[in-house]
Design a protein around this ligand. Sequence first.
Ligand SMILES: Nc1ncnc2c1ncn2[C@@H]1O[C@H](COP(=O)(O)OP(=O)(O)OP(=O)(O)O)[C@@H](O)[C@H]1O
Ligand SMILES: [Mg+2]
Length: 487
Amino acid sequence: MRIIVKENNDLILLALNDERVDKGDYLIVDDKSNKKLLIQMYDELYLNSESVIDDMIKDEVIRFSSVENNIDPLNVNDISRMIRDARLLKCKIRGGIINGMFYPSVTYLPSRVDSVIRKVSVNELNDILKRNGMLPIVIGSTKDDKHLTIYAEDLDGRLNVITGKKESGKSHLAKILVKSLVEHGAYVIVFDLNNEYTGLGWDRDGKASNINDKVIVLEAGKDLRFTINYIGKAAVSSMLIYALDMPAASMREFSRIWDTLENSSSLTFAMLNRAIGTWNINELIRDAMLSRLHTITSSRLFTDDEEKSIKFEDIIRSHNDGAAIIIGMGRVSPVVRRMTVEIILSKIVELLECNKIPPIFLFAEEAHLYLRDTYWEDIITRMRHFGIFTTFITNQPDAIDDCIYRQVDNIFLFNFTSDADLERISKISLVDTDTVRSIVKTLAQRECFVIGKVVNDLPIVIKSAASQTLTFGETKKFFKMKAKIRL
Ligand SMILES: Nc1ncnc2c1ncn2[C@@H]1O[C@H](COP(=O)(O)OP(=O)(O)OP(=O)(O)O)[C@@H](O)[C@H]1O
Ligand SMILES: [Mg+2]
């Protein structure tokens, strides 16, 4: 391989056919000085000079019109074939290595004549970057079959996005991350829309997994129930305002009723119901409150029975070595989903504010379906500050707010083929647009382009690891079901 051109941050290399380099591979340009360049190949094309094309046309015409065997004693054909098959490799300069130390920004032009260019394995890359950590997570393997290890520390305090088209393997990777974080003793809350994270407690062969006793599955309205006393006025109010659109006038009366009941130590769901029915108020306001109360009652999220209600701090206290709290929302209506998320997030922030629980990793599947708009900014500022570290998982990259993309620390990108989606994700600030567009378009299923802090800002293509855990949440198929059920 030879350097042909340098344009801005791009190096264009000439490679012959037997020099195999794949998109996403790292290369080192070494011109035998004390400096080396680390570059990443992101696209390849044919050598399109006019003379090569002219030659090819002439050759084709001769081959088509001549019937004799060409005699080629000087092997000119071979050389000409090599020229025609030569490729130009477009590479991005990712940094420089000076006296063994890696520097992300370099202004150095290596020799075009003396440079030797060679591929770098992920292990060598790890050595160059001196990557290490205490809490490893193997998320997959690279093209050269080396494990790619990231470190849980690099997810700590960070904002992450996992995105890709349908069935590309996003939830699978999210499950690997959740499982490993819990193995390392972290507390994780998952908003599970397909009730598929339940499988984390079980291995493929049906035996209990190594985190079985740390997986707590709470289905909204079934196991996930609270007393209103525990949830408190602030969280119930934000649920009424944001999830149930309660008008301001009704909110004021509601607040008065709540305070009165609280002062007389009789704050229960049943008493709240009774008070709203009998309170001396405008009938329209009463109606507004009663209709919301009806929705709350049918959601079964609240109970007056302490035994049947849960407290997050109790769950965390009884699992002192990490836990995955799976909030199953697969069987509830969109409004109950929004109510559930509203009360959980408000409550968790309150618990974190008064240091009653340790920081939490939050995995939110298709968050745009239940997170209100103002939460996006909240998540990257206030909540992150208190200790909620979010990972968004979605197949609609345009559903995630712009402010998230600007602040994101790690992105796990699976395949996208739609140009609109590619356009959206290529705007992320962590890596250049050319690389994202070119690499993401050609990723195979289960391949993922990892960008951000977890890979020290040197993006890498990996194949996500097969997982030991039981998988749920696969799309139901009509013909498969028909074989099982007699219609
Ligand atoms: N690395 C892998 N090894 C084995 N199976 C995998 C791997 N990655 C994904 N799968 C399987 O492929 C299927 C689709 O994966 P997954 O559910 O993670 O996709 P998804 O991107 O979350 O899809 P959706 O957009 O529908 O939520 C699942 O059955 C999953 O178990
Ligand atoms: Mg999924």
